[in-house]
Design a protein around this ligand. Structure first.
Ligand code: ZN
Length: 673
């Protein structure tokens, strides 16, 4: 069932063939809704057809009239050339950026421009106060700040015509300041088509160029010399066009589907992000099609649907255009940045779990299948094997297409395979030499095995997986209890033991509830598994009972050892946000996660700024927690319950953030409370 599938896949799957596809795709400038993206889509289509798959390209309108659920479409964009030259002081004249050399040297979706302008230095340009006393009319600003925010302030409010960006996001510990002095960061503007929107162009410099230019501007200002001027030429256009989704199907015996998603977009070269995921999925499609055609694997019960699309926007478009297919999508997988050479990129091969609001068998199955990859090298004795790559499993954080499929209002449980962190992420140096065919093979074979299992699962597979999930639950339970017990011993305060016990009780009730929901999704694979999952559910409740008993005994031991008896304190006062949460019962009025940036345009700038400030004030999870909360907002749970659930899932209790988010969505008309 597992071994035979893997053995068959290993015979055919080629990491090198996938790397050749990465090389081909990395040549296209694959901006969402652009001629380069279309060419990449046609490449994938040709490869699929050559391999004998049923494949086609679906097109969706790229304009400002169309919406895909809450996500507005956007215009197609093409640039044919762009250069930025320093022209004053004349003795320093040089070329700073050329789109022909680096597609990331231009801020994507820049509008056409031809002219000379003075460059004004901003520190980051994110706060209104920084603009006091600056005359920016018809000038270009130099910034390391978020270009959308700088555009709003410098261009829309203060009349600048363009932006030069020299920032480089740090990704500790693999990318610190000046680690990539000559790379250019992938940077993009997004146009919403609002009548009052002031469009602009922009260029991207490397950190080294930026530092040089900043020093030059400083020095000349200090010496009272004439300002620095550049000549900018951008030959580009925005127009109503199309956005493509490549789809292929390995037909099954029924119309149910297992789904593989990989985003095809991003600038040239973006080899790992995400030519690698697109290529690994392509080779998985070729491999499975061939194995089924040869009879080495049976024709699966369910079909396998492969999708190559624009990240997020393509998922919204495809799902909104195929609502009738959604209930037949049993489970899926998303491939995003899977090909990294770990020694260079610095990251780990991750399974990111779908959100707990969409608990299912899917991440458990994928984790189990990953074990089949862990025997790269034999031990001294030859009796065991070890992996030669780093790997881990992480909780949900979103940021790619699984965030849309795994929304409970869509209902397709979808873990993601990703390598993170990546030293070269979103820069001009995410190039082919950072791609490891062995990692592509691991990701692609795992994808093929997983999706074939989902597609072909019947009574034997569902029964086995139920037992597998129960064993995993048991292990997870034991670890949870022990983590809290250790915490009790680590702290000298008797109240810590009591608090840990209380948290453990909540935690375990949560884990049990999610496990039961996950078990129930096995009926998607085989309805006859129902009696077994009831038996396992009862067994799980007994296991929880025993585990809790052990936790209580440990807490008692610890409290007695510390000499405190019968600890009890009145419960603390609820704060304002917790009280508000108790009175709210949010119900979503839309499908798929909200496309917040677009939705927030209806707010006044102060409200938008207040939300931005609240999110950025959080050390961690400021963007993920609201999404997790949104997933639970089905009209049956109070906001208090949702704050609890988000705390259990993320480890962070933040009633203010959750309640403020719900209030915001309510104000925008997307939520009933
Ligand atoms: Zn990506």
């Amino acid at each position: 069932m597992l071994k035979d599938t893997f053995t068959a896949i290993r015979q055919v799957y080629s990491g090198q063939a996938a790397k050749d596809d990465v090389a081909a795709l990395a040549r296209y400038h694959r901006i969402q809704a652009s001629p380069g993206f279309r060419s990449a889509a046609q490449y994938v289509l040709r490869e699929l057809q050559n391999a004998g798959l049923e494949a086609r390209i679906e097109t969706f309108p790229a304009d400002h009239q169309t919406n895909f659920w809450t996500s507005p479409s956007f215009q197609e964009w093409e640039a044919v050339g762009a250069t930025l030259h320093l022209v004053e002081p004349a003795d320093q004249a040089c070329k700073l950026a050329d789109y022909r050399e680096f597609k990331t040297a231009l801020i994507q979706r820049s509008i056409a421009f031809d002219g000379e302008a003075e460059v004004v230095l901003l520190e980051d340009g994110l706060e209104e106060a920084e603009y006091d006393g600056l005359d920016l009319a018809d000038k270009i600003v130099l910034t390391k700040g978020d270009v959308d925010r700088v555009r709003q302030l410098a261009v829309e409010k203060h009349g600048a015509v363009g932006i030069v960006f020299d920032g480089m996001r740090e990704i500790p510990p693999v990318r610190q300041a000046m680690d990539l002095p000559d790379a250019r960061q992938y940077t993009s503007l997004w146009w919403m088509g609002d009548p009052d929107e002031k469009k602009c162009f922009g260029f991207v410099l490397s950190p080294r160029q930026g530092q040089w230019l900043r020093e030059l501007i400083h020095r000349r200002a200090k010496d009272g010399l004439s300002p620095v001027k550049v000549r900018a030429r951008v030959d580009s256009s925005l127009y109503d066009g199309t956005m493509e989704v490549v789809t292929a199907l390995i037909p099954g015996e029924t119309d149910e589907l297992a789904v593989v998603v990989a985003h095809l977009c991003h600038p040239q070269p973006s080899a790992n992000d995400n030519a690698s995921g697109a290529a690994a999925a392509l080779e998985a499609a070729r491999t499975l099609a061939r194995l089924v055609a040869q009879g080495d694997l049976p024709r699966p019960r369910r079909g396998i649907r492969f999708l190559w699309l624009s990240e997020m926007t393509g998922s919204y478009a495809y799902l909104a255009g195929h609502e009738e297919d959604i209930p037949r999508m049993v489970a899926g997988i998303n491939l995003d940045m899977v090909g990294e050479d770990q020694a260079q990129a610095g990251g780990s091969f991750l399974i990111e779990r779908p959100p707990d609001a969409m608990s299912s068998f899917a991440p458990e199955l994928l984790e189990r299948l990953r074990e089949e990859l862990l025997d790269d090298a034999p031990s001294h004795t030859g009796l065991a094997g070890y992996p030669l790559f780093r790997y881990a499993t992480t909780g949900f954080s979103g940021g790619s297409d699984h965030y849309i499929f795994s929304d409970p209002t869509v209902g397709v449980p979808m873990p993601m395979l990703i390598q993170w962190p990546d030293r070269f992420y979103h820069t001009s140096v995410d190039t082919l030499d950072k791609v490891d065919p062995a990692m592509l093979a691991r990701a692609g074979m795992l994808t093929a095995a997983y999706v074939f299992f989902v597609a072909n699962a019947g009574s034997a597979e569902a029964t086995w997986l139920a037992h597998e999930m129960q064993a995993r639950f048991q292990g997870h339970l034991a670890k949870s209890v022990q983590a809290y017990v250790t915490h009790m011993w680590d702290s000298g305060a008797p109240t810590a033991s009591r608090d840990a016990l209380e948290l453990l009780e909540r935690r375990i009730a949560y884990v049990l509830a999610r496990h039961k929901v996950a078990l129930a999704t096995l009926t998607r694979l085989w309805e006859g598994v129902d009696p077994l999952i009831h038996v396992l559910g009862e067994e799980a409740a007994n296991l929880v009972h025993i585990a809790l008993g052990r936790g209580r005994r440990a807490a008692g031991d610890r409290i007695r050892a510390l000499g405190a008896d019968g600890l009890s304190e009145p419960p603390g006062e609820l704060d304002e946000w917790e009280r508000k949460a108790a009175t709210m019962r949010p119900r979503r009025l839309y499908r798929g996660p909200i496309a917040l940036r677009a939705a927030m345009r209806k707010l006044v700038p102060d409200e938008r700024a207040a939300w931005r400030e609240l999110v950025t004030s959080r050390r961690a999870g400021g963007r993920t927690l609201p999404t997790l909360a949104e997933y639970w907002a089905d009209g049956r749970r109070s906001a208090s319950e949702i704050v609890d659930l988000v705390e259990m899932e993320s480890g962070v209790r933040d009633a203010e953030l959750v309640v403020t988010y719900f209030e915001l969505l309510h104000k925008l008309g997307w939520l009933d409370v």
